[in-house]
Write a protein that binds this ligand. Structure first.
Ligand code: PEP
Ligand code: MG
Length: 767
């Protein structure tokens, strides 16, 4: 058997999977596989969402009428046997096998040789891939090896298609109740009507995509062209006689282009050939613009720009971005879309936004940071969710569990309403704690500081009783700029933050870009960004940026006197040595320039295991330590928490992380270095108990969580936690640690946010 090209197959499949509807993609897969492998039958069986049955999802060779209908129980027939045993089956005469079950609608009797392999993705059975032929001998070993490889390559794509639904006859998911998992964006619960936020898309950004419904696409194009024409008509009419003559002429040119039969004919022809409307539009406009550019006549040449302009207008109409109606200004909305930007949020009054659901992005995306700052529940990276299919549906954004619930049934809706009410009352009740210390019943005091990065969240931090800022993520203002901010721009910004918190301390961390924190105006493309040009490494290699930042911070501190500097992603002693030298030099230079600056305390983030192991050697160059438990967990466990394939392995209660944290605490005590912890761990009640037991006296967390964590600390005695800590030292998994801590939390009356489990839930997504 000739060796087919696997990479060609997978790249085609991935390309189709991004755009086509599940049925088309699946039938393309079996068709290509049958051709590549030179067999008579290739079929794909997929598990139903309840994992009770396998359904023929696509076939090339069996009766097409059986697709979506032929159904087997798990362990029923040869296909069921493969699913139940998770092993390959290669037979010379399938109908003669005891396990064979004949499904009349498939018409498969003439086929004897049978090879089936299970499809597994992330330990989960997706379905079974089968090839069949008329000969009466098993398939050769190479065919078996190839099919196993193909199955492993395709499982991820097929798993996505499987969860999209629409590939077999079942009750419509429209209007149906479903839950989707994503990644944590911002805590809280929100309930409202799904409001689709479409991305701003320029014609340049349109990518190749197939149409699933050509007639619908053609109508959409016709309507978009008509709408642009009307827009131009009313624009020119509205401006009337005020328009200069040459602009009148331009409007006429635009109208002529819009009305030209070539434009609509060419777009329609491309849609008929399989392209979707935006892609057909882009290709047509590009080709027409190119024709104009080729012209010798300078007047015609200049029309290239006009046709591009027209194309962009048609595209805007095609993906028209809706706004909430003025008649429903108080309606609660959950904004849903790929990624929702600051500009998108600005289209809505804040009180109307009850939640944010993004199908892309991660915990540290812009949107998540912004949602945290504004106190809006957010769930990120809900890959399986297709908001455009459910416009106007009722949606719950559950930021605590990182999930969204579509069309919740009445009982669940009532329960969520109760929880939202309870949460509001709970938070209001906590206001009385604002000026109280976070002290255990036996007198152990913990400072609670806040994490911030936007000016917008300075107020919530203060309102919720933050005793200062434990982590100011300076990259956030860099991320929402469109070029590196100047020293003066930075000075203005830092000054406002320091002033808002003075005299409380503010630890300003220098730029921490790289990994998943990218600047829109400075592309860093790396094979392994988490092990690359991140944090202090980037800053030291771009000393001009670092010096400007240090200078801006030092100047902002002049009349506030509350600045502390914090260095991210330290992994080597010489990094802290160099950083300290830059600060000393900046203090000297600014003093000479007449600024009354002072040498601030310098802190180091422990995020990389080497910084933890070298702590005694780093101590001479630092005044305090701040543990970034997010990155420390990531690097200790070698788990990228934004990677859905492994994010279930990311847990800061992993025993190795706890060992590291105890070691850091003890070393800092021995070295007389103040230590705080500023990752998400500081908001996890189970972790807080263990951290207090270890002796941590300072935590930095989002403003939203400060009152809860304060309440928890005030309701426990540290003494009573020492047994818990001792027992946790014996645990060998994070699950054991959580099971150990849960009863203690219950004992102090800590509310676990319980959600009722209703029958027939369909749960999808990462995790
Ligand atoms: C951390 O790594 O825990 C941390 C606080 O830094 P960031 O989340 O900004 O990477
Ligand atoms: Mg970090």
């Amino acid at each position: 058997m000739q060796q087919p090209s696997l990479s060609a197959l997978t790249s085609i499949v991935e390309q189709i999977a991004r755009t086509g509807d599940p049925r088309t993609v699946m039938s393309n897969i079996v068709q290509r596989l049958r051709d590549i492998m030179h067999v008579e039958v290739c079929s794909l069986y997929l598990c139903t969402p309840d994992f009770q049955h396998l359904i023929l999802a696509a076939t090339e060779g069996l009766s097409p009428q059986s697709v979506g209908k032929a159904k087997l129980g798990l362990d029923e027939g040869l296909v069921g046997h493969i699913a139940a045993s998770l092993s390959t089956l290669n037979l010379g005469d399938a109908p003669a096998d005891d396990r064979f079950v004949f499904i009349p609608e498939t018409h498969e009797m003439p086929y004897h040789r049978f090879l089936g392999v299970p499809l597994l993705h992330l330990r989960k059975l997706i379905g079974v891939l089968v090839i069949q032929g008329r000969e009466r001998e098993p398939f050769p070993q190479e065919a078996e090896a190839f099919l196993i490889t193909v199955a492993s390559q395709l499982a991820g794509t097929l798993s996505q298609l499987q969860s999209k639904g629409g590939w077999y006859e079942k009750k419509s998911t429209r209007g149906g109740y479903r839950r989707f998992h994503g990644l944590k964006g911002a805590p809280g619960l929100g309930l409202g009507k799904l409001w689709l936020v479409r991305p701003h898309l320029s014609l340049d950004q349109v990518r190749a995509a197939c149409t699933a419904e050509p007639e619908k696409d053609k109508t959409a194009i016709t309507e978009a062209i008509a709408a642009v024409s009307e827009e131009l008509e009313s624009g020119s009419g509205h401006l009337g006689q005020h328009l200069p003559g040459d602009l009148h002429a331009l409007f006429n040119v635009y109208q002529m282009m819009l009305q030209s039969p070539e434009l609509s004919q060419q777009i329609t022809a491309r849609i008929d050939a399989g392209d979707n409307a935006p892609w057909a539009l882009k290709q047509t406009i590009t080709a027409m613009a190119e024709q104009f550019r080729q012209a010798d006549d300078p007047y015609l040449k200049a029309r290239a720009e006009d046709i591009c302009n027209i194309g962009q207008r048609i595209l805007n109409q095609l993906i028209s971005r809706e706004r909430p109606s003025m008649e429903t200004p108080d309606e609660a909305l959950i904004l849903a879309g790929e990624l929702i930007s600051i500009a998108d949020l600005a289209d809505f009054p804040l009180h109307q936004i009850h939640g944010i659901i993004c199908t892309q992005g991660s915990t540290l995306s812009h949107t998540a940071i912004l949602a945290n700052a504004l106190g809006i529940p957010a769930v990120m990276g809900v890959e399986q969710f297709e908001p455009e299919q459910h416009k106007g549906a009722m949606l719950i954004a559950d930021g605590h569990r990182a999930e969204c619930v579509l069309n919740p049934p009445a009982a669940l809706l009532t329960e969520y309403r109760r929880m939202i009410d309870e949460e509001q009352r709970f938070m209001q009740g906590l206001e009385r704690l604002r000026d109280q210390p976070a002290v255990t019943t036996d007198g152990f005091t913990v400072s609670l500081l806040t994490n911030t990065g936007l000016l917008a969240d300075a107020t919530p931090g203060l309102q919720r009783g933050a005793e200062g800022v434990g982590l100011y993520r300076s990259e956030i203002p860099f991320m929402i700029h469109d070029s590196f901010p100047t020293e003066h721009e930075q000075f203005m910004l830092y000054h406002k933050v320091l002033e808002a918190y003075a005299p409380r301390p503010v630890s300003m961390r220098t730029l921490d870009i790289g990994g998943d924190k990218q600047l829109p105006y400075f592309d860093i493309t790396e094979t392994n960004p988490y092990l690359g040009w991140r944090g202090i490494r980037f800053s030291l290699d771009n000393a001009q940026l670092l010096i400007a930042q240090i200078r801006a911070m030092l100047r902002a501190d002049v009349d506030n006197n509350n600045l502390r500097l914090l260095v991210p992603m330290v992994s080597r002693v010489d990094e802290m040595q160099s950083f300290r030298r830059y600060v000393e030099k900046s203090v000297d230079a600014l003093t000479r320039e007449g600024f009354a600056v002072r040498m601030p305390e310098i802190g180091m983030m422990i995020e990389v295991p080497s910084a933890m192991l070298l702590l005694p050697r780093l101590a001479p160059y630092i005044d305090f330590v701040s543990i970034g438990s997010n990155d420390l967990t990531q690097y200790l466990l070698a788990v990228d928490r934004n990677n859905p394939r492994v994010s279930n392995l990311f847990d800061h209660l992993h025993p190795a992380v706890l060992v590291a944290l105890e070691q850091i605490q003890q070393q800092c005590e021995a070295l007389s270095l103040p230590v705080s912890l500023c990752g998400e761990m500081a908001s996890d009640p189970a972790a807080v108990l263990l951290l207090v037991a270890m002796g941590y006296r300072c935590l930095s967390l989002s403003a939203y969580n400060i009152p809860r964590v304060k309440l928890l600390i005030r309701s426990i005695s540290r003494e009573s936690l020492s047994d818990l800590l001792e027992q946790s030292r014996q645990c060998s998994s994070e699950a054991e640690v959580r099971a150990l801590v849960a009863p203690v939390l219950e004992q102090v009356g800590w509310r676990q946010d319980k959600r009722p489990n209703l029958p027939d839930e369909e749960t999808e997504g990462a995790q």
